[in-house]
Structures are given as structure tokens and as C-alpha cells.
Design a protein around this ligand. Sequence first.
Ligand code: GCB
Length: 597
Amino acid sequence: MFDQMSLYPETNSRRIALTQDGMWNFRFDPESIGEEQKWMNHLDSSISIPVPASFADLFTDQYSKNYCGDFWYEKDMFVPNFEGRVQLRFGSVTHRCTVYVNGKAVVSHEGGFLPVLCDVTDYVNKGETNYIAVRGNNELNESSLPCGAVKTLNDGTRIAAPYFDFFNYAGIQRSVYLVFIPEEHIQDYNTVISLENDKAYVDYEVFTNGNNDVVVTLCDKENNVVCKAQGKKGQLQVEKPHLWKVRNAYLYSLKIEIKDGEKLIDEYNAKIGLRTVKIDGTKILVNNEPVYLKGFGKHEDFDIIGRGFNYPLVKRDFECMKWTNANCFRTSHYPYAEEWYQFADEEGFLIIDEVPAVGMMRSTHNFAVAGMGQYTYFFETPTVPELLKNHLLQVEEMIERDKNHPSVFAFSLFNEPETTSTYSHDYFSKVFERARQLDPQHRPMTGAFEKNSAPEKCQCYMLCDFMCLNRYYGWYISGGPDINDAIDKFHDEMKRWQAKGLNVPFVFTEFGTDTLATEHKLPSVMWSQEYQNEYLERNFEVFDTYDFIQGELVWNFADFQTTEGIFRVNGNKKGVFNRERQPKDAAFVLKKRWADK
Ligand code: GCB
């Protein structure tokens, strides 16, 4: 339980959340002199920059786009003379930061995809303008999540060398709030849902920093009170519940109050969905009914704003996903901004929520190394204890933040690490053990495996409640005219998994082809739209052969930006939609298949 970490800011009769989004002052600090020169007191020669946004694509020069190192944001912030504790909450700062208020360091945070919360009560002057500074840093190393390195060019310029296939976007990429909460306040809450004979039960626990009583009220969509309970821990019983169903969501509101007799001390209003999730043999069950997962691996990625949060983009992406008849997506390869999950709750989408454990293979293009059988000794290096510490921390923060969303039905604890050594098994056993302790809803835990993690070699599949495979038979393996061979190889691998008799569902969390929206060709060639369609149809043949295959998440929902290189044409083009969110032909293929799947 982290004080307030998981609670999305809200304004109500006891709380105030003031957005700080807008233009902030900004400056690069390539020599890391800001600290010594006291930039936390004043930022000279700064420029204006929007928050939230990644900084990379706002500029027109190479240096700024690929900048790697320290950077500073600052803002004069008026803090009203409201009652209670004062907090500053950043949805994320990528990849790490220190926050200063009036020149004093308040909090340092590692990890670029989860909230940074600062209790600034003792640092601000209420009723005055205060000086807020943030020193960020976007360097990658082998103990950071995601993993990578920093490359120094001949002229001394430092650039990121990610071990992953997406652009190393950085900055204050999510919204910032100034939050006022009462001294005695709700810190966090857990909900666990169970269903029995036309009734739903919500076992709840509320964490506060005081001794006053807690009252919990559940209301339906029309705001009618459904049931109430008293105490920090208890159970709500709902007769004839409206269940949260896949693509047919129903959300109740859960009002949590701290009361001293009649006096209201604090209040928090959450939305919850009544649903259960379970793996039963080879089936994924939501409310005890089997669900076949249809959808995408995604990225937070868009022109100009990079990975910056943007409501219209969220809306458009959900509209496009709904149009294809999808019901699920994976937050590859990091936890997304909280607003994505709020929309998914409303729209009835299932989410596989992924921690930023990507690049654990020591290769700048693991997508190509995957399948070549190259062993990279990743988990034998001296940086591993520090990496594990960060990994556990990110798992804790992710589960704390996302544990009450009905949309989140599973957590993914890695993407494509080296998993063939006993070292990897030791490492991931600890990660899974911690994750299982943390999730009050005991959701299924998994991770996405690349091709080297073959049935005979993988040392980690047994940690997972269901298997997620990333496979590119017909693209990285035997593409184009060799596609028949690719499909034979694919069947061969699936038969070897089948022979293991794991009795768990298998989900394809990646499969796809780079496709240029401009290319058409008959007969098809790789990179043409016709080939993307054929590749999908051929993969579907394989999926439909094995009844333990219970889901297909295409790579990727949309074209996205990556590091430059000979493998990528201005980014990864495996999108079913282009980067502007217009459909390639493949979108129609999916729409048709998923209409009756
Ligand atoms: C993968 C990675 C993903 C890449 C993808 C590709 O296996 O998990 O991050 O973008 O392959 O397109 O190569």
C-alpha cells in the first residue's frame, strides 16, 4: 500500500485536483551541471514546452530529437490557500526524475511509466506562487526498465541505444495535478469480486491514515444506492447484479467516505465493475464464461506528441478497435496512462497490463535475434540484482495503480527476455512470487515469450498461468514465397507445446508483418497489403487447429516510431492501422473474422 499512489486525482466535496498541464519551461542539461548550478532555484535560458508530451518530435533538429541525458522542466505554480495536505502528482516522468519545490528536493523516482507522487505540504507556501522544478533523465542501462545502453558518438553526443523496438520517447508525458486532500484521508482501497447464485459480493478494504470510521456506498448507473457497508474492511452484497461483461460493460460507483459521526472527513469516488476472471484448464473465463481474446498489442505513440497522453487519440483508438470487433489489448511494453484503463473499463475491453520489462536480451534488435538461437547471457551479469530491484518496484507500483480496474484481467511481467537459463528462472520466480502476493484479485500472471523460448529450452513457462507467445512465422521466419514452410514450422512448434500437455490457454500476443500502406502487389510480396492479409489468414489456420489457443492479439494496432535502422522504414509498419489511425486492408480481414469469433 502506497500512500495515495494508486488513487487517480479527483475533485469532490473534500478534495481538489487542479491540472497543471500546459506550457512549462524546459532546458536540456547534457553535462549534468544543473544540480551544481542550482537550476532547481531558477532555470536560465529555458524554452517553452507543452506538458504532457514527449519532447523528441516537437523540434526540427536531430540533436533535440535524439537527446539523451538530463533535462529540466520548471513552472511557477500558484498554490491556493486551501485546507489540508498538498500533493503534486505526475502521471509519469520518463525514465526517472527528481522533483524540487522552492529549491528543495522532495522526491526522486525511478521508472518512466508510473505515477510520481510528492507530498509537498511542508515545502509549499500556500496563497503564493511556488517554484516547481523537475530534473528528468532518459538514459537507458541494463538495470533500468526498459533495458538498453547509451552510445557516445565521435563528437561526444550521447544517444540512446534501446534493446527494444520503440522510440525512446521521454519527458513529462502524462498529466500533472496539484492535489489537496484532508489531513485524515483515504490512502487506497482494494476490491475483490465474487459471484454466486445471482448475487455479487464485493469484499473491500479501505486504507486510511486515521481512526475514524469508513462508510462505503455502492450506487448503480442511475445513482440509486444499491448497498452500503461500514468499517475499513467488509463486504457489499449486490442482489441481481449488472455484471461487467466483455464489450458490454456496466460500472457501479463506489463512494468511500471517512466519517466522524455525521461529519464528513474525506471522500473518494471510484468506478468498479462486477466481474470475475479465472483460468480453468485451457479456457479463459470471465464471469465463468469462456472468452476468446481478439485484439492488438499497442503502443502509446502518435505524431508530434510521441508518447504524450492525448484524450482524442484514446477515443479514436477505442473507436477503431471497436470497429474491428476486438475485445482486448496488451499495454505493450509498459503501463499506459491511467485514462486508457478508465476508457477500457467503460467500453468493456480486457487488458493484459504489462510492466516495462522489455529489452532483457542485450540486442538492439531483439525482434531479429529472436529465433536465431543466440544466447545473450543476460541474467548472469552483475547488474542483475539492481535490475531485479527495479523490476519488483515497477511490478508493485503497477499493481497498486491498476488493481481495481475491471478491464485489467491479467498482468504481463515481461516481454521477450532471455528465458533459457536457470538464471532466468531464478530471476523470474522472484518477480512472479511478488506479483502474486500483491494482487488482491489474484489475477492470472503471464509474460510474452519470443521464439528462442522453445518448449524444450524455456525455463520460465511454468511460472505463467497462461502462455503468451510472440511469433512471426511468415515474417522473420520463412517469409514471402517460403510461407508454406513457415506454416509447417509453426505447426511443428505448436505440436511440441501440445505434447507438453500444459493444460493452460495459449494466447498469441504478437504476430504480424511490416506493411506499407502504399504498396499493393499481385501476387503478394512482403511489405504489400496483400501479403499482410495472406499472412494473417495463414496464421489463423494454425490458431484454429488447436483448441488450447484462446486468443490472438495482432502486432500492432498502428504503425509506430522506433529507433532508426535498416530494419525499419521511418518506424515499425506492422500496424493494422497506419499511424494516423486509418485502416490498412488487413483491418477489414480482422473485422470480418472477429465478427463471428
Ligand atoms: C517483437 C517485440 C516488439 C517488436 C516486434 C517487431 O517481438 O516484442 O516490440 O516491435 O517484435 O515488430 O519486430
